[in-house]
Design a protein. Structure first.
Lengths: 173, 337
């Protein structure tokens, strides 16, 4: 049987429990499986993107217990018991789960045209929510600094900051 | 990434026992550096000992100062109200480094123990005395714009990449460690080491030892301080040169001063002679220039990083001016005043 990493070598696996976007599941993982690869390759949650795979671009940002981290640098086995929110779960965060209503930050990204190719967007969205949870960034300059771990090679930064400011000011519809 | 075994420790003693059972094992906490190095095959541990469940996340009052648990995340330390109020240079240095995502995962102990970002260290297709002792150092005479100008050896010119540690050096923190031989305290200046003829060793931690806390002394220099970081882009980049400067003033003259440089050596770089020179001197640009000249007199630049000598000289003067004026470098307004 193939392991999570695609190797055919038999793997030592560990049974862990993760609550992902509200669903609690038991999963057997090889210890070298990153949270990013687990989400994408095993659980078909491909909204979370693999960019650099080295913690430099922020495309893989998810929330672990409400805190934003780079899922490419997290070994899944180490997060046994954690609550994970990916971009697929953001809608359920702000509204009644299952209603498929966008999170305010998602609406604001649409409103402000805060993307071009969209590859960095799931990470930008999760990072924005994490940043607002942290509550430290207030000014535009502080938002830019706090979001510097999310690279947008299309250069949509201006509109991304506009979208975040909009939500922080409570103006998003 | 190589295949490895995984064990989870619940206490410091369990973690140390797990290491003694398998001395090739590596401890893992935040993982932001180690997992990255494993992806590059720079690190190939046979077993990881997960220490994230050890009870070392607290930040507590300790002997007039603060004791930062080794597993307090960089974010937890930087935003701790006591650290922000009493040790703002530490908060600022932490927040000048990495990204929010990384600071949320990376631990205090891991920040101390992170490896250099030397290109050759990361590139397993090249030789590197830090990665493979005795194999050679292609950074000497190679691509070395980001490398050290102080305390280098013919065997290694790598820098320590931390911002937090530069502030800890200026604050004269103490590192508490626990290991097979028991507990001990290490003065911050003695924690990291120069490469010499053994660049594989970044620090003085012995096999099986774990950092359990970083202790801050009472004086946090909360009035006259700065962390000034100069880099290729305005955020999320390693320092080319950084300065952590703290001062106590007596009127217009310098009563106590300490300053450490980042991005220029295998450890946070202090020059006691330059600090002693400033004691009792007027806190003026002229004094600071003379002190900076003393520091850079020891510089030995490489083929591509001569610019760091002048950059360090000017950064020291500006950093000391910012500290003396009580106008620390802003983290979000990037203009250097």
């Amino acid at each position: 049987m193939a392991t999570a990493s695609g190797s055919t070598r038999p793997a030592t696996t560990f049974d862990i429990t993760l609550t992902i976007n509200g669903d609690t599941r038991e999963i057997a993982v090889a210890p070298w499986t990153t949270l990013l690869d687990l989400l994408r390759e095993r659980l078909d949650l491909t909204g979370t993107k693999k960019g650099c795979d080295h913690g430099q671009c922020g495309a893989c940002t998810v929330l672990v217990n409400g805190t934003r981290v780079n899922s490419c640098l997290v070994l899944a086995v180490m997060k046994d018991g954690a609550e994970i929110t990916t971009v697929e779960g953001l809608a359920g965060l702000a509204h009644q789960k299952g209603t498929n209503t966008l999170h305010p930050i998602q609406e604001a990204f649409v409103e402000h045209d805060a993307f071009q190719c969209g590859y960095c967007t799931p990470g930008q969205l999760c990072s924005s929510v994490g940043m607002m949870n942290e509550g430290h960034a207030k000014s535009r300059d502080e938002i830019r600094e706090a979001m510097s771990g999310n690279i947008c090679r299309c250069g949509a930064y201006t509109n991304i900051v506009d979208a975040i400011e909009d939500v922080m000011q409570g103006d998003a519809r | 990434m190589n295949r490895f075994d995984y064990v989870r420790a619940g206490t410091v003693a369990e973690a140390i026992q797990a290491f003694q059972a398998d001395p090739k094992a590596r401890f893992i906490a935040g993982g932001t550096n180690l997992v990255d190095l494993m992806k590059y095959d720079v690190e190939r541990p046979e077993r990881l000992i997960d220490i994230t469940r050890l009870p070392l996340t607290a930040i507590d009052e300790h002997e007039g100062g603060l004791r930062i648990g080794a597993l307090a995340t960089n974010a937890a330390a930087a935003y701790d109200p006591r650290i922000r109020e009493r040790y703002p240079i530490l908060a600022n240095a932490i927040l000048a480094g990495a990204s929010a995502q990384l600071r949320n995962a990376a631990s205090t102990g891991g920040n101390l123990n992170q490896r250099t970002r030397c290109y050759y260290f990361y590139d397993t297709a090249t030789t590197c005395n830090k990665r493979e002792p005795g194999s050679g150092c292609p950074a000497v005479g190679g691509v070395n714009r980001i490398h050290a100008i102080f305390g280098t050896s013919e065997h290694c010119i790598a820098t320590h990449p931390s911002d937090m540690c530069v502030a800890l050096a200026a604050l004269e923190a103490t590192v508490q460690v626990s290991g097979p031989e028991g507990e001990r305290s290490i003065a911050f200046a003695d924690y990291h080491r120069l490469p010499g003829d053994d660049p594989a060793k970044d620090n003085t931690l012995q096999p099986g030892e774990i950092v359990v806390s970083v202790d801050l002394p009472e004086n946090g220099f909360a009035t006259n301080y700065t962390y000034l970081k100069l880099r290729d882009r305005l955020s999320y980049a390693f320092a080319l040169v950084s300065v952590a400067a703290v001062l106590d003033l007596d009127g217009d003259s310098v009563k106590t001063v300490r300053f450490a440089l980042g991005g220029v050596a295998h450890k946070p770089w202090r020059n006691r002679e330059a600090e002693a020179f400033l004691q009792g001197k007027p806190a003026t640009r002229e004094s600071f220039r003379a002190a900076a000249d003393l520091v850079v007199a020891d510089a030995e630049p490489q083929s591509e990083n001569g610019f760091k000598v002048e950059l360090a000289r000017r950064a020291i003067v500006r950093g000391l001016e910012q500290a003396a004026a009580g106008t620390p470098q802003s983290l979000s307004d990037k203009r250097i005043q």
